[in-house]
Design a binder for this molecule. Sequence first.
Ligand code: PLP
Length: 368
Amino acid sequence: MVLTDPTNLRIPGPTPVPPQVVEAMSRPIIPHRSAEFAEMFEGLLAAMKRIFNTKDDVYVVAGTGSTGWEASIVNTLSPGDTVIAAVNGNFGVRFCAVAEKFDLNVVRLDFEWGQPVAPDIVAQALKDHPEAKMVQLVHNETSTGVLNPMQQLGEVIRAHGALFVADSVSGAAGAPVYMDDWQCDIVFTGSQKAFMCPPGLSIMGLGERVWDKTAGAGYHRFLLDFDRIRESARGGSTPSTAPVTLLFGLKAACDMIEAEGLEALYARHTRLGEHTRAGLRKLGLELVAAEGYASPTVTVAWTPEGITAGQIQQALIDRHGIYIATGQAHMADRAIRIGHMGWTAEPELDRTLEALDDVLERIPAAVG
Ligand code: PLP
């Protein structure tokens, strides 16, 4: 499959990369231990702090979204520690699998997919497990299109004292991240979603309580060692050779984000979410996310009876050159997922919605 128009990439990440970012990435490589690099890198980390709304530090290392899962575990916990995982979608499930690999005692709280994580259930779990060292949850569940109530969750978690770790891989830079207001200790994301860059960078906001934990954490670590990452960043660089090209791209993306303005950026994503949901409803599709908790970056809808997500996906590719995502796990065949984050606007979403209308009319005829 060849995407003739980059904006026809309508999966919830990786997302289309704007020309400004492409141009920044075509700059000649500079040494990663140079004043020029340090200036760019320090500017990038400062911009990240503003985007994460934190007075604490944000670091950028080579990696992907999942890097944040592993890094938050190996830097703050020890084997056998209890971690509460609030699961309301497939990325919550994936965190549990990572935590189990690291021999953590995982207390899994399951919520219906499409519903938000309920703060009172998390509060009760923390009462039942005073030994819990961490609560992990997904800010923006990419498998269901649900945005979790972070402010309320932060309040109950901080009352207990466990570290609050938020996976904002498909949220940050599209949905607001108020790391300090939410009392989050770690918020992480990747470069390839609302940050409009190619995959390859992990972005991690680390609150001050994290630094009390690193010395006692019982895992070997090297590439993802927070202390080494902080030490290098203080000197304007990264512990290993920096992914210079991607960092140029991410800096250009942050410049675009800040030129738009964070409030305007959040408002645009809210509008794009509303626009997509209204369009899907008009086509008669039922949305997965509960009313009031819909994501501004990704929308997930159930497929019509008798039509699989794979059929819709293939027909959109074949007839329109548009690529959307199918559902995940038990929803794989039954749901479609449309990304509307980063470098995107209403007219592109309209093209997808019109194309969807076209293929939905044809598929039943095709299957007879
Ligand atoms: N968490 C969430 C919410 C995601 O959406 C994703 C990827 O889509 C990940 C984690 C994993 O990120 P990556 O595949 O970049 O490691």
